[in-house]
Ligand binder design. Structure first.
Ligand code: KIV
Length: 292
């Protein structure tokens, strides 16, 4: 049985898990797609902290510790500057905070593209030091030999094709991909290559909808869309985007809440209560016991 989540609740704010829960497995996710059909779409969100993982876990099949944490958590301008140490620290936290979902961790830019051996060294360190089940890496045909190398050595891989944010300097921005026929053909070839190399799932980001639909119909492994198609075998979003933490989000994001406004209101209420000395109140104070 894989990791079961337990915490010492006498010293932690974390919610205990009522009973041991069996974690989903990589083969179980891959098996969702049978004969080209996925009856139950794969639900994936990013998570970067233990507490957020606890909250998302019951609702997700996969939690992605995305290198989007560079922008979301660290305020970096791109994912290019994210380090392996950041990914491992947040990956371990998400594994500790989850008990059901398959945890997938992004390999950061510059830690896997050099050679299959470099990728193996990085990916094995990520799995060993975090307890996660799989890694994700960006790239298509060029990375197919690396994916095969990892998979044959027991490292499950999620591929990421289409708009690949780590290549922002080469792409010149985050615009949707696959508008021209040549680019669409290249992305379709990338999809075939990573699927044939043994990726157990692939993220398709920011591509023309008919292309994502066609790839989904063609490849054996589940496709996880983000700015892609409702016909993908699953969907993923950056959790802070869908919670409404940011004012500017890409067109493909749906805000399922407006958490930023709620945090602003709560912070303003707290500040007012501190200033008018209504906080802390009687119920929030320790008083010495009266002597008998
Ligand atoms: O880094 C990330 O969060 C991702 C998702 C957007 C798929 O790769």
């Amino acid at each position: 049985m894989s990791t079961t989540f337990t915490l010492d609740t006498s010293t932690s704010r974390a919610h205990p898990v009522p009973e041991p829960v069996r974690r989903l497995t990589v083969p179980a996710i891959a098996a969702r797609k049978k004969d080209g059909v996925t009856a139950e779409p794969v639900v994936m969100l990013t998570a970067y902290t233990a507490r957020m993982a606890q909250l998302l876990d019951p609702h997700c099949d996969m939690l992605l510790v995305g290198d989007s944490l560079g922008q979301v958590i660290y305020g970096l301008d791109t994912t290019v500057r994210v380090t392996l140490e950041m990914m491992i620290a947040h990956g371990a936290a998400v594994v500790r905070g989850s008990y059901r979902s398959v945890v997938v961790i992004d390999l950061p830019f510059g830690t896997y593209e050099g050679s299959p051996e470099q990728a193996f060294h990085t990916a094995s360190r990520v799995l060993r030091e975090t307890g996660a089940a799989a890694v994700k890496l960006e790239g298509g045909e060029v990375l197919a030999p690396t994916i095969e190398f990892l998979v044959r050595r027991g490292i499950p891989v999620v591929a990421h094709i289409g708009l690949t944010p780590q290549a922002v300097n080469a792409l010149g921005g985050y615009g949707a991909r696959g508008r021209s026929e040549a680019e669409a053909k290249k992305i379709a070839a990338d999809a075939r290559a990573v699927a044939d190399a043994g990726a157990f799932a692939m993220v398709i980001e920011g591509v023309m909808e008919p292309l994502a639909k066609a790839i989904t119909a063609e490849v054996k492994c589940p496709t996880i869309g983000i700015g892609a198609s409702p016909d993908c075998d699953g969907q993923v979003l950056v959790v802070d985007d869908m919670l409404g933490m940011f004012e500017r989000v890409p067109r493909f994001v749906r805000r399922f809440d407006d958490i930023a406004s709620r945090i602003t209101e709560a912070a303003a209420s707290y500040a007012a209560a501190v200033k008018d000395r209504s906080f802390p109140g009687e119920a929030e104070l320790y008083r010495p016991k009266a002597k008998s």
